[in-house]
Design a protein around this ligand. Sequence first.
Ligand SMILES: CSCCC(=O)C(=O)COP(=O)(O)O
Ligand code: ZN
Length: 218
Amino acid sequence: MSEHPSKSILLEEKQRVYRELDRVKTDFASRGWFPGTSGNLSMRVGAFTPEQFTFAVTASGKDKAASTPDDFLLVDETGAACEPTALKPSAETLIHCEIYRQTGCGAIFHIHSVYNSLVSELFWDRRSVPVEGVELIKAFNIWDEEAVIEVPIVSNFANIPLIVPEVRDRLDKRIPGILLRKHGIYAWGRDAFEARKHLEAFEFLFEYVYKLKLVQGR
Ligand SMILES: CSCCC(=O)C(=O)COP(=O)(O)O
Ligand SMILES: [Zn+2]
């Protein structure tokens, strides 16, 4: 009996997405962006409507520096596994679900770094990190002269579903990223290339903002 053509197309796409996520994972691990098994990555697979979509996400708690056949699984828009598997999706999968729903993006990358954690606490009182006139703001397709942006910061609850409504309320469609207080950043883009570009820009800007504050002594 031959396989239904749509099933084999999905299988091919799933394999392509897993390979791409593996390349991103290896690269980010080499930069030290997954300390202590932290961080998670996802990419959409197949058709998208805000009500129904599928994405590949990292399995929870894995050493992200290692590549194994058990690193990723497919989940639906509720965060439930789409196929029989013993793997557990990332504990933060519901945040990915909400970002896909709100933005229709194609890839979401979450990392913990010292600079993103520092600025999320330094600017917690204003609930956003201001970045003023830095060239790399253009990586977000914002081309205004001396552009000023505010990167939103939301609470970091141990109970992940509590974070989701804050992400929904605070997400700014012009800014492809959101910080969790003293936790890390979620950055996204229409595909893996763009999500990585945005993440690199955020990390540069956070280091700049932190060091500027330090040298200015305020
Ligand atoms: C050990 S880091 C704490 C959990 C976390 O913040 C994270 O990013 C990793 O969680 P996951 O379930 O995706 O491995
Ligand atoms: Zn995290």
